[in-house]
Design a protein around this ligand. Structure first.
Ligand SMILES: NC(=O)c1ccc[n+]([C@@H]2O[C@H](COP(=O)([O-])OP(=O)(O)OC[C@H]3O[C@@H](n4cnc5c(N)ncnc54)[C@H](OP(=O)(O)O)[C@@H]3O)[C@@H](O)[C@H]2O)c1
Length: 258
């Protein structure tokens, strides 16, 4: 997507992006920094994070690489302390790290089930647990505060063999509705983006041949989303006035019939 936001609406904001070493997270970190935010970038692949920080610095922005595994609660808590010490209180948290592993339920790929639950649910909860105090304090101080997650179209559509992945994403979409009740009162906005097919590394982890074909066909047959399209959406969520909460945004390639 060509960019639709201009100037520096995020100047003075401090953002944290998980899953920033590739795909949607990387593109979003770049875009948030381009719009004026200082950005902490988190994921496991330190080399990718360092390269991203260099790109942001070269473009005149400010970023900090925070290598971590979001399934490790102590590591995420330590990261929140580091962000606080080095960049200041976070007021925009994009809990985006996730993995999609597709299999028939009676194939009993229980390790894959667990990996998705650990990352897509526990990893997000660890991120929320570590950063909610930042967000509440930022809102109390009168500024904007955003908790944004990456759900998926799979949260609401029925895709055969996507059961566990879809379940983790349905959890995030429903969590958004529930957290708004508590955090909205405190002026913290809670949002989730539910993308359709985005051209990233996500399908590289899929071993099921039917699911791999489904995704490869979509990528070759239609103009799928780019990570930058989702990044612009996240940036927009964070850029609207403080009293406006875009809560659940479905973003699909125009031709994706699902
Ligand atoms: N691509 C799509 O079509 C699509 C559609 C709907 C929703 N989504 C969602 O979008 C989000 C981002 O995915 P993507 O498409 O951008 O795919 P991606 O390029 O594979 O990105 C996944 C990110 O998660 C990070 N990650 C994985 N395990 C982690 C861990 N234990 N701790 C910290 N970070 C970890 C990865 O970095 P490291 O490996 O370096 O840790 C990577 O930066 C996911 O939640 C995905 O479910 C994607």
């Amino acid at each position: 997507m060509s960019t639709v936001i201009d100037s520096n609406p995020l100047a003075g904001r401090t953002a944290v992006v998980t899953g920033a070493s590739s795909g949607i997270g990387e593109a979003t970190a770049l875009r948030l920094a381009g719009l004026g935010a200082t950005v902490a970038v988190a994921a496991r692949r330190k080399d990718n994070l360092d390269a991203l920080v260099e790109r942001i610095d070269a473009a005149g922005g400010t970023a900090l690489a925070v290598p971590l595994d979001v399934t490790d609660r102590d590591a995420v808590t330590a990261a929140a302390e580091r962000v606080s010490a080095e960049l200041g209180r976070a007021d925009l948290v994009f809990a985006n790290a996730g993995v999609q592993l597709v299999s028939a339920i009676d194939d009993l790929q229980v390790d894959d089930w667990q990996r998705q639950i650990d990352l897509n649910i526990t990893g997000v909860m660890n991120t929320i647990g570590a950063f909610v105090p930042h967000l509440v304090a930022a809102a109390e101080a009168g500024g904007p505060a955003d908790l944004i997650t990456t759900s998926s179209i799979a949260a609401t559509r029925v895709l055969e063999k996507f059961s566990v992945y879809s379940g983790t994403k349905a959890y995030l979409s429903q969590l958004t509705r529930l957290l708004r009740v508590e955090l909205g009162r405190k002026m913290v906005r809670v949002s989730t983006v539910e993308p359709g097919m985005v051209d990233t590394e996500l399908p590289d982890h899929v071993t099921d041949p039917d699911a791999s074909k489904l995704m490869a066909d979509l990528i070759s047959d239609i103009d799928v989303l780019s990570p930058a399209d989702v990044a612009e959406t996240v940036a927009f969520i964070a850029s609207v006035p403080r009293h406006v909460n875009l809560t659940e945004i479905t973003i699909l390639p125009t031709q994706q019939a699902i």
